[in-house]
Design a protein around this ligand. Structure first.
Ligand code: GLU
Length: 295
């Protein structure tokens, strides 16, 4: 019997908003409708991005919205040991090298790939001490995976991203490393998250392969856009969810995700009962503008 273990992994850089609710609800419903577990991870690996108090506010909002998670909440800020062990094993395998390129230098010299500047490999052969920023050598092979919504996705990570950072010069582990280590350690079988992270997935698969971890199934959900066509995010000041009135936002999120038969739902209890039964992957709206689905 295969085990379904999903997760929701918000960054505590502000309150949850409608865009994060879509990722929370989609991952929750996909897990519950498959009889799976749903875990919660607070992605506070990057101290400058963390807004004090927002992790607690996120947990409170999720509770008020009727979400129930399995197991203890995982905080990335407490997982340094696991990330250090992963970096050590990548060093042992000869996969990392030191890099002292400044952001400015990269901005001026790098080509733009699927997710920003492509690292041109400047420090690859320099043999710098492993005390600066650390980058992983990306093999020259194509990563291909089948997204449960977008279909087959392929990416030449060496061309589209280049060797990427796993440990920053300021000692902060990168998002790509932390997520890969955490998803593997928690035994996550299904990653359901916003399509804004589709371009990160091939890099996470590169790390899974380098660390000998299995690759989970992926489902990247369409992302809610604001009126200007930009992604709703904390940076664009998307309105925080209202803890005192969860049902309207839940119904809007359910409609966005293509759930049918929710029109008559009048209470949070009814929503919680009906939504997992109404969840269907094949009525999800398509992901638009995905530059990556090329395979
Ligand atoms: N922490 C990321 C965010 O809030 C999500 C990471 C993930 O789901 O892999 O956008």
């Amino acid at each position: 019997m295969s085990i379904y273990r999903g997760r929701f992994a918000p960054t505590p850089s502000g309150a949850l908003h409608f865009g994060s609710l879509i990722a929370a609800l989609g991952s929750f419903l996909d897990a519950r409708s498959h009889g799976g577990e749903w875990h919660l991870r607070i992605e506070d690996v990057d101290p400058p991005r963390v807004v004090p108090g927002s992790a607690d506010a996120i947990l409170r909002t999720l509770e008020r919205f009727g979400f129930e998670w399995d197991g203890p909440v995982v905080y990335q800020s407490r997982r340094g040991e696991a990330y250090r062990a992963a970096v050590a094993s990548l060093i042992d395998a000869g996969r990392l090298y030191g890099c002292d390129c400044t952001r400015k230098l990269l901005k001026e010299n790098a080509r733009i790939g699927v997710d920003g500047p492509v690292y041109p490999g400047t420090c690859r052969g320099r043999g710098l001490p492993l005390s600066a920023a650390l980058r992983v050598r990306v093999p020259a092979s194509r990563i291909v995976f089948d997204d449960l919504l977008a279909g087959r996705v392929g990416c030449d990570v060496a061309r589209e991203c280049g060797d990427f950072v796993v440990l920053r010069a300021d000692g902060v582990f990168s998002y790509q490393l932390a997520v890969t280590v955490d998803d593997a350690e928690l035994g996550i079988s299904h990653v359901v998250r916003g399509a804004d992270l589709l371009a990160s997935t091939p890099r996470q698969i590169v790390l899974q392969q380098a660390l000998g971890h299995p690759t989970p199934s992926y489902l990247h959900l369409p992302v809610a856009l604001n009126e200007d066509g930009g992604k709703l995010s904390k940076q664009t000041l998307a309105a925080p969810l209202r803890d005192d009135d969860p049902l309207p936002a839940l119904l809007r999120a359910a409609a966005f995700l293509g759930l049918e038969g929710m029109g008559e739902v009048g209470s949070l209890a009814e929503f919680r009962q009906l939504a997992p039964q109404s969840w269907r992957r094949d009525t999800l709206p398509p992901v638009r503008g995905k530059r990556l689905a090329l395979a």
